[in-house]
Design a protein. Structure first.
Length: 149
């Protein structure tokens, strides 16, 4: 059984139940079960501070994932849930990007949530081939869940 908590730290109205369902669907498609993680929706000011503090980049970003397994902070113990970490998404950035890319806010927020979760699961896009694999997975998951461009 997965333990997924979704928090909205903004004044925006967001369908948290749908986001949680998308996260469950993503885990099923990735054949992952018995995990714990949080998805937290925040504003540009908060994610800007996080981006500067943790990545040394002085601007807001769309999504930041803190994968606890990357640093071996939370090792896997057989029979216990995997503690994946936290995903932070800027609602303001998601709205900006939805407009920029010409699709819905729901599509953009869903994309960022899946992107963040795939990072927690070990996917990356630093190399061209890794990016291709990760972005193909994202599209497959979003299409399968019924979220089209």
């Amino acid at each position: 059984m997965n333990e997924i908590e979704v928090f909205n730290k903004t004044d925006e109205i967001v369908d948290l139940k749908a986001l949680k369902e998308l996260m469950e669907y993503t885990l099923k498609k990735e054949q992952v079960e018995t995990v714990v993680f949080n998805l937290i929706l925040i504003d540009n000011k908060t994610i800007h501070k996080m981006n500067l503090e943790y990545r040394g980049i002085d601007r807001p970003t769309d999504v930041i994932s803190f994968a606890l397994e990357d640093d071996k902070i939370c090792p896997n113990i057989e029979g216990m849930p995997r503690i994946l970490g936290d995903i932070y998404i800027s609602i303001e950035k998601a709205k900006e990007q939805a407009e920029l890319y010409g699709h819905s806010f729901k599509r953009e927020l869903s994309f960022l949530a899946v992107h963040g979760l795939l990072h927690l699961l070990g996917y990356d896009h630093m190399e061209k081939e890794e990016e291709k694999v990760m972005f193909e997975r994202q599209e497959l998951i979003l299409d399968g869940f019924g979220i089209k461009r």
